[in-house]
Design a protein. Structure first.
Length: 156
């Protein structure tokens, strides 16, 4: 596609604009529906999509700062900090001041958090299986490639 087509196709005021062909419209709908499904499945465990994301990051990294978790989850730092405080109150996470930088708070899963992650992972896996039903590995790779490229374009 040329830039002219991009400029016309992606202008809401253009007479040829169609929401269904606007990638961000489709991605927003997808992420919103995915989060609603996650929230519904995880609610009985006392979790939601935000808490799931934090649990999953810490299950892989073991320990991370609040800032690192916010960056990896692409959430606002204030949103991440509030979620972490709630998860500490639930007994899912433990925090401590960094030994390298007293301004930084390190976060890790508690034993209860590890159990919650395992329980939640089963539910999330079912949602992912349903979401990617009929989508082959190559299509998933292409989707990841394109979304990473767009993310990189916006990150500049």
């Amino acid at each position: 596609m040329t830039n002219d087509i991009h400029e016309t196709r992606f202008k809401l005021a253009d007479e040829n604009f169609e929401f269904e062909k606007w990638p961000f419209y489709n991605m927003s709908r997808l992420i919103s529906l995915y989060h609603r499904r996650l929230d519904s499945a995880l609610k009985p465990l006392g979790l939601d999509a935000t808490r799931w994301r934090i649990l999953s990051i810490l299950s892989k990294r073991k320990t991370a700062s609040v800032t690192e978790i916010a960056e990896e989850s692409t959430a606002l730092l204030s949103t991440t900090a509030k979620a972490i405080q709630r998860m500490v109150a639930q007994g899912l996470l433990q925090t401590r001041t960094s030994t390298r930088d007293a301004r930084s708070i390190q976060v890790n899963l508690s034993d209860k958090g590890k159990t919650a992650f395992t329980d939640a992972e089963r539910k999330v896996s079912l949602i992912a299986s349903r979401a990617f039903h009929g989508v082959d590995e190559g299509e998933i790779d292409t989707l990841n490639f394109i979304t990473r490229r767009i993310y990189g374009n916006l990150e500049l």
